[in-house]
Design a protein around this ligand. Structure first.
Ligand SMILES: [Zn+2]
Length: 378
């Protein structure tokens, strides 16, 4: 057998071998405090954490110092921020290793300390807000309880027509000439998807909804993709809770854990089957969760002062609230509270497809309007 020649160590290898603590030092300088799992590997706060659209875990973002130093985050919405931080990290480590004995200047140190301090304060207040939201949820569910029939009674537009006509009524919350996307989730991104982008007026002429999903966004003329670049205005915020009801939430969490255990070989198939049946979601769970969503929607409207435009029964276990889009500062807080309230912050994004009323689901239930408000903007 031929022995391969060992490659001469590169400068990076030599430096890493010589001085791993230098790399750690620079990494903390760039990223803030790092929880080191090994000399060359640790977990940090994602440099794009503010862009995450699902909840954060302690180990979502890792930093690797061997070879080309790299930050990797499990989330995808932060990719651009992570890429920027990667460039910064590599450049600073390179700079440090080229000039032996690099240390930040006192001014740089002061700057870093201040930045880390600010970040910690911001994190602490965010964590507090999430805990408060979770405690508040029980109170909101009680105090703002809203039965389906009461939402329907309160609707400014009378909703006593056939559910399959709901899309026409609903689309009037958009301006007539606004370009809107309707379709199946995959119908975006290719030239043939041009038919999925039509004006509200055009869509309203169709006797039946043309697809199950719609976006709370107005797109550019001629768009064929739902990408954020094609969004010209985001008039609405959609709030949806798949797990507002605490019992349903627990069932869903347990079921997910069983699936994981089964996949990892930690649980026998027979046992998994029995346990899954125990945590099976039933009609009563779905009804409770829909009413939980209605309570959150009523709280956002009456308690927080958002203007409610529509409530859509998604035809399964949740209801969606459509609001006039609030200021970014409010949205930021809502994102932080989302997990505590059992909401899915993915629907806060304007280009996220959500259920269009009027469509009949595979369960034979209609996605339908429970509340509709065409009133002038407040
Ligand atoms: Zn991230």
């Amino acid at each position: 057998m031929i022995k391969t020649l060992r490659q001469a160590p590169t400068r990076e290898d030599r430096s890493a071998a010589l001085n791993p603590s230098l790399r750690q030092h620079v990494a903390e300088f760039v990223l803030g405090p790092i929880n080191w799992a090994a000399e060359d590997q640790g977990y940090c706060r994602c440099p794009g954490q503010h862009l995450h659209t699902s909840s954060d875990g302690r180990r979502d973002c890792a930093v690797f110092l061997s070879g080309a130093p790299t930050i990797k985050c499990l989330h995808t919405s932060c990719a651009a921020a992570v890429e920027n931080a990667n460039r910064q990290l590599r450049s600073d480590i390179g700079r440090a290793e080229r000039s032996d004995g690099w240390t930040p200047t006192p001014q740089e140190m002061r700057h870093t300390k201040a930045a880390i301090g600010q970040r910690r304060t911001a994190e602490a207040s965010k964590a507090l807000l999430a805990v408060k939201a979770n405690q508040a949820r029980t109170k909101i569910l009680e105090r703002f309880a809203w039965a389906e029939v009461d939402a329907w009674e309160a609707s400014p537009v009378r909703l006593d027509g056939r559910p399959e006509d709901d899309h026409r009524l609903f689309l009037r919350i958009f301006p007539d000439d606004a370009v809107i996307w309707i379709g199946e989730r995959h119908q975006s991104g290719k030239p043939e998807h041009t038919a999925n982008f039509q004006t509200a007026r055009q869509w309203s002429q169709s006797p039946k909804p043309a697809g199950p999903l719609v976006c709370p966004a107005v797109f550019k003329n001629g768009a064929v993709s739902r990408s954020a670049d094609n969004v010209i205005t985001a008039p609405f915020l959609v709030v949806e809770g798949d797990a507002v009801d605490p019992d349903l939430h627990e069932k869903l969490t347990k079921t997910a854990a069983i699936k994981q255990d089964l996949a990892a070989g930690r649980m026998a198939e027979a046992e998994a089957q029995i346990l899954s049946q125990q945590y099976e979601v039933n009609d009563e769970d779905r009804r409770r969760n829909r009413e939980g969503c209605l309570a959150i929607i009523r709280w956002l409207s009456e308690g927080c002062g958002l203007t409610l435009r529509a409530v859509v029964d998604a035809g399964n276990k949740s209801c969606h609230g459509w609001f006039d889009r609030p200021p970014e500062a409010f949205l930021g807080e809502l994102v932080t509270m989302a997990s505590g309230l059992g909401l899915d912050p993915a629907t806060f994004r304007p280009s996220q497809p959500v259920r269009l009323p009027g469509w009949k689901r595979e369960t034979d239930r209609h996605q339908r309007l429970l509340y509709l408000n065409w009133g002038t903007k407040q």
